[in-house]
Design a protein around this ligand. Structure first.
Ligand code: TXA
Ligand code: MG
Length: 311
């Protein structure tokens, strides 16, 4: 169900949830200071309440009301915010609902770089909790229609077109001396470690919380998904990359020119479309060609690995 920005602001002030675009994926936004509103996010996503939400604020100054920034965190925030980076930091006592942070003594916080999201922040004048606007463990949304599909049209959405980066923010844990990358995203470990002038641990789960971006099964279509495929079956949907030449009933290409940024931006929308074709045409599943495992390809492969995980 589409709503305009004014309506979205009203709904959030009324402690309701609204899907709002960010530069990464659509977020399921609600007033982070309201227990009821945060509970509504967990219910809609069917997400366990021990799995905390990212708090979105307008700028670094706002973020400093809720989190303790060390030197690394300040450097990262000044360089990348607004932008696709989430920082895990020690939490400061505040009016943020303990539901949003799952009663942890840390907080996940970011400043989104999207005009619509920033307007909602300004007009509600609230910190907003916003996980990706999809049912837990399923494909994330890069279009308003993906949100409608996920929640059967029951969650109001502000349509901001296709999201710029198409994959979730990079998560960096800055609570220890050595920063740790907890979730791959558009900002790579290399860039973070260059900026900070120190090494960054990769793929470590935080001690207290097993971030679901790091769960084995995540971002999954509701059908079979094969990855690193060199020969697709005729009754599959193929997703190619560059000059790979998988040929099936229906064929997509993440980036015909082999551009990883373009591929990341198309990843979820092509998985979403492929999932629809499999269902409509009763096909066997999705076959994805190999994507180079370097730079942004690390994030793409990380998502694909989890999406293809069989329980
Ligand atoms: O790009 C994004 O980050 C999107 C847009 C909407 O902003 N949001 C997003 O939120 O991806 P979500 O809830 O789908 O993912 C949040 C991740 C989860 O893996 C969660 O476990 C982790 O952040 N997280 C939240 N608080 C944490 C904490 N205190 N320590 C460690 N991980 C935390
Ligand atoms: Mg998510």
């Amino acid at each position: 169900m589409l709503v305009d920005l004014e309506k979205a602001v009203m709904l959030i002030l009324d402690q309701q949830i609204v899907a709002v675009p960010t530069e990464t994926v659509y977020g399921l936004a609600a007033d982070a200071t309201s227990n009821i509103a945060c509970q509504r996010i967990y219910d809609a996503k069917q997400r366990p309440t021990f799995n905390p939400l990212i708090i979105h604020v307008a700028n670094l100054e706002q973020a400093r009301k809720y989190a303790k920034f060390n030197d690394d965190a300040i450097k990262l925030a000044e360089f990348f915010w607004p932008g696709p980076l989430t920082l895990i930091l020690p939490r400061i006592e505040s009016d943020i609902s303990e539901f949003a942070t799952s009663k942890l003594d840390t907080i996940a916080i970011r400043v989104p770089d999207n005009k619509i999201f920033q307007e909602v922040l300004a007009k509600t004048n609230k910190p907003l909790a916003a996980p990706s606007a999809n049912v837990s463990s399923r494909i994330s949304p890069s279009l308003a229609e993906h949100v409608n599909k996920s929640f059967l049209g029951k969650v109001p959405v502000v349509d901001g077109g296709k999201t710029l980066y198409g994959i979730e923010s990079t998560i960096i844990d800055c609570t220890a001396k050595e920063p740790a990358l907890l979730r791959y995203g558009f900002i790579t470990e290399e860039v973070v470690s260059d900026l900070l002038g120190k090494s960054v641990k990769v793929g470590t789960t935080s001690e207290k919380i097993n971030a679901p971006g790091l769960l084995k099964k995540h971002y999954s279509p509701n059908c079979n998904l094969r990855i690193n495929v060199s020969k697709a079956e005729p009754d599959e949907v193929s997703i190619n990359f560059g000059d790979s030449n998988l040929v099936s009933a229906k064929n997509f290409n993440l980036s015909p020119t082999g551009n990883l940024t373009e591929a990341a931006a198309n990843l979820y929308s092509m998985l979403q479309s492929a999932e629809d074709f499999v269902r409509w045409d009763k096909l066997a599943g999705i076959a994805v060609a190999q994507v180079p495992n370097e730079k942004l390809g690390l994030a793409i492969n990380d998502k694909l690995n989890r999406a293809s995980y069989k329980t």
